[in-house]
Ligand binder design. Structure first.
Ligand code: FAD
Length: 410
């Protein structure tokens, strides 16, 4: 089979790249192919909380997150397909005693508003109003973005895949034994368990597996694999708190209501996505599963990962204990909510914690998209758009290529 572009990996990144490249290519003359060794979403994307937020400190990434919010809205409104997007709002909380956290939040707020992100500083009274049942001191400070929330990762990936195929891309699942053929410094094609794919352009959107694939080709990038864990609890019902939120009227709520693809998604949520900067956790409600997910802000290192396909997908008891007590201290209603399970998966991180996106130096036609350190699912539409522009030699407007370039590592 011949293709203009072959994308390896069917997570959030791979499916978004396929969708964006396919929309720019003629399916007969310039076929776009996506291959995945498992199912779409079988990597860390399928387990992500997929929180949609714009609370980054890097101007570059904050700008992409701002654009991603718009792209999510656009995808839902122009295609009528649901991504399970809920705009519950995102509330960050900082204790007054956390001087570093406060200084960072104020610097972030200034930068974020300067680039058009709709976000505001809130005091303790407003925090309590926005998040019924939260316990904060009178001098606590917060940051609130009404446009944020989360998407349903399984639904979003399915939609990206459907849209990619609708625009002419071919998806092949269960494709094993990847072997990229290079001739005279250029990509020629890819050998796999499902035959040979001839193509001048290969994009590795292979998440945690990327470093191993590159190593096999003699390419060493400063990537390590870290573990991300989440604890799952019963979600308090809206009538258990004081007043439920549902929520910020706007175009997305209207579209969800109009199409009514999943009435459960319209169920009110008891509180916004919570980013507790001082205690180091995030928590968000998923009304479609009646559960609340709690994770650590930042990632804990997980060394010596040898066999990525056979690692525990459950969180450790130490993490679960910490997550339950951190959330319960901030929102006592959760002390009465039973734990229903946990999840864990792995993600690749670069040494400067910044993704590596773009061409691999020295091999013409080889691109990588890797290093999203645990909170970047929602950047996928912007990454997809920028990668499509880059591969097809268009001016890149979706992000600044130099910021993500592998060349920064020399
Ligand atoms: C528990 C957890 C919670 C998270 N929560 C959030 C969150 O709230 N918000 C957020 O933004 N991000 C979150 N993340 C991070 C987010 O999931 C990732 O940053 C993002 O999904 C990475 O997407 P990806 O497409 O690069 O990788 P992946 O989803 O891992 O996709 C890579 C794909 O490549 C395939 N593949 C690998 N090797 C090959 C091969 N040789 N041949 C063919 N296919 C191959 C894999 O099977 C896989 O499907 C979370 C992650 C975890 C683990």
């Amino acid at each position: 089979m011949k293709g203009k572009v072959l994308i390896v990996g069917g997570g959030a990144m791979g499916t978004c790249i396929a969708m964006q490249v396919a929309s720019r290519c003629d399916p007969l003359k310039e076929p776009v192919i996506l291959i995945e060794k498992g199912q779409l979403g079988s990597g860390s994307s399928g387990r992500a909380g997929a929180i949609v937020h714009q609370s980054y400190s890097d101007r570059e990434v904050a700008g992409m997150a701002r654009d991603a919010v718009r792209l999510y809205h656009d995808i839902q409104s122009t295609t009528g397909r649901s991504l399970g997007l809920r705009r519950t709002g995102v509330l960050s909380v900082v204790n007054a005693s956390d001087t570093d956290g406060l200084a960072q939040m104020d610097a972030d707020l200034e930068m974020q508003t300067s680039i058009g992100i709709k976000v505001r500083r809130v005091d303790a009274a407003e925090i309590r109003q926005l998040c019924p049942g939260i316990e904060v001191a009178d001098d606590a400070v917060g940051r609130f973005e009404a446009e944020g929330g989360y998407v349903n990762p399984a639904k979003a990936i399915k939609t990206f895949g459907v849209l990619a195929r609708g625009r002419g891309a071919t998806t092949r699942l269960g494709v094993q034994d990847l072997d990229i053929e290079i001739e005279n410094g250029k990509v020629r094609g890819v050998h796999t368990s499902q035959g040979y794919f001839e193509t001048p352009n290969v994009v590795l959107a292979t998440g945690s597996w990327t470093a191993t694939i590159l190593k096999k080709m003699g390419i060493d990038l400063p990537l390590s694999v870290v573990r991300s864990e989440e604890c799952v609890l019963n979600m308090p019902q809206v009538n258990q708190g004081e007043e439920g939120m549902d929520l910020f009227d706007g175009p997305v709520a209207d579209i969800e209501t109009r199409f009514r693809q999943d009435p459960l998604e319209l169920k009110p949520v008891p509180h916004p996505v919570l980013l507790d900067i001082s205690s180091g956790f995030h928590a968000h409600c998923e009304p479609h599963t009646d559960q609340t997910r709690v994770g650590r802000l930042g990632l804990s290192a997980f060394n010596s990962v040898k066999d990525l396909d056979n690692l525990s997908k459950q969180a450790s008891p130490e993490f679960l204990e910490w997550a339950v007590s951190s959330l319960g201290n901030r929102m006592p209603i959760y002390k009465d909510m039973g734990m229903t399970g946990s999840l864990a998966h792995y993600t690749a991180v670069s040494t400067d914690h910044r993704p590596i996106v773009g061409p691999v130096q020295g091999i013409e036609g080889l691109f990588i998209v890797v290093g999203f350190s645990g909170s970047d699912f929602h950047l996928a539409p912007s990454i997809g758009e920028g990668m499509a522009q880059m591969i097809l030699d268009e001016p890149v407007s979706a992000f600044t290529p130099e910021f993500f370039s592998a060349a920064r590592f020399g």
